[in-house]
Design a protein around this ligand. Structure first.
Ligand SMILES: C[S@@+](CC[C@H](N)C(=O)[O-])C[C@H]1O[C@@H](n2cnc3c(N)ncnc32)[C@H](O)[C@@H]1O
Length: 340
């Protein structure tokens, strides 16, 4: 049986991809389980290294087989396996890596004994670097340049420019230092309180991120494949942007909810989320200081050693803020909404 377009199948992509006619897909986007013990409905995300890497080889080879010679493959992956998966894709399967993008996000999962996770790797692979889709003139892909925004420079290209491994406290305060047009992209993760959150899947990707990939690397009517459907973001974006889609997802429950999401989605609908995250939240200069917030009586827990240390760091930051220019103030370390 060949699979049909505009369908999401409730089966493993390993078997499903075998049913796709070879050489028929324009763009594949894959956000596989990261093998970090995340809790999914039916998938156990904690395999032996060798088992996980064999699984990866298997599904990636399936993706390669179904892509057109001009096809593009984007892979989202965490720190743990980024290096191994890039080698499998390029050295074993023959993809060419065009870009290694860092997706930088706020509202990452809080980490107590290490730095909280705030990025995911996005690999942009192609089958043939001389024959590929890259819509660099699409105005929805381009962003305003600093020459346009900051310097009023007559040499600025009126079309803007195409869209760093940097430690950034708040991009809102970094108008010059952090531009969304480099290979570090900032989109907020779809956190628990966000209205676009579907609510049944903890790894829902932002539509704006998929929007950039789909607009740039496919054309109207093209076929977009996602082997790991999840909450259905790739399909929703493909439908909104007039592409055809195809996908797989192991959980029956997720597939039902993906179909509900797709039923609510129409071609031409706007993508969820803010297109420009730097203007969607107040800058520190426009924010409220903690001292301006009316105090409410609350229970104060006796301090243990860890909170004593945190209080000392907070006090040090506060005193440093007074001598720092507004653009680099680190006050937000303490005023971001709590991580999930
Ligand atoms: C990281 S999530 C994808 C999230 C998705 N990008 C989104 O925006 O919602 C990975 C998904 O892969 C599914 N999965 C795991 N193994 C699979 C397999 N062999 N075939 C198809 N889906 C699988 C899991 O159930 C999970 O929903």
């Amino acid at each position: 049986m060949d699979v049909k377009l505009n369908e999401v199948y409730n089966e493993s992509c390993i078997e499903g991809l075998q049913k796709v006619v070879p050489g028929t897909v324009d763009l594949a986007f894959a956000d596989p389980p990261f093998n970090i013990g995340y809790h999914y409905d039916v998938y156990h995300d904690e395999r032996d290294d060798s088992e996980y890497l064999d699984f990866t080889r298997n599904w990636m080879a399936g993706v390669k087989r179904v892509l057109k010679p001009s096809g593009t493959f984007w892979l989202a992956i965490g720190d743990e396996y980024a290096a191994e998966l890039k080698i499998i894709a390029t050295k074993e399967l023959g993809f060419t890596c065009r870009s290694w993008v860092i997706w930088y996000y706020t509202f990452g999962v809080n980490c107590v004994k290490g730095f909280s996770r705030s990025h995911t790797h996005l690999f942009h692979f192609v089958c043939d670097p001389k024959n590929l889709t890259f819509n660099s003139d699409d105005p929805a892909v381009r962003v305003p340049s600093a020459r346009q925004l900051v310097y009023g420079d007559r040499r600025a290209n009126p079309k803007g420019r195409l869209p760093d491994n940097t430690w950034i406290l708040r991009p809102q305060d970094m108008a010059e230092g952090f531009q969304p047009d480099d290979d570090t992209w900032h989109f907020p993760r779809v956190a628990g309180t966000f209205k676009e959150r579907e609510g049944f899947h903890g790894c829902q990707m932002p539509e704006q991120l998929l929007g950039r990939i789909v607009r740039c690397c496919s054309n109207l009517g093209d076929v977009v494949l996602d082997p790991f459907g999840g909450s259905g973001t790739t399909f929703s974006v493909a439908k909104k942007l007039g592409r055809r889609w195809l996908g797989f997802e192991l959980s029956k429950d997720y597939v039902e909810r993906i179909n509900e999401r797709l039923d609510r989605t129409k071609e031409g609908d706007p993508l969820d989320g803010a297109a420009d995250p730097a203007t969607s939240a107040p800058s520190t200069a426009d924010g409220r200081e903690l001292s301006q917030v009316k105090k409410r009586p609350r229970f104060v827990r006796p301090r243990d050693k860890e909170s004593e240390a945190a209080a000392t760091i907070a006090a040090t930051h506060k005193s440093q803020q007074k001598s720092l220019p507004a653009t680099t103030m680190p006050s937000s370390l303490f005023d971001e909404p709590p991580a999930e």
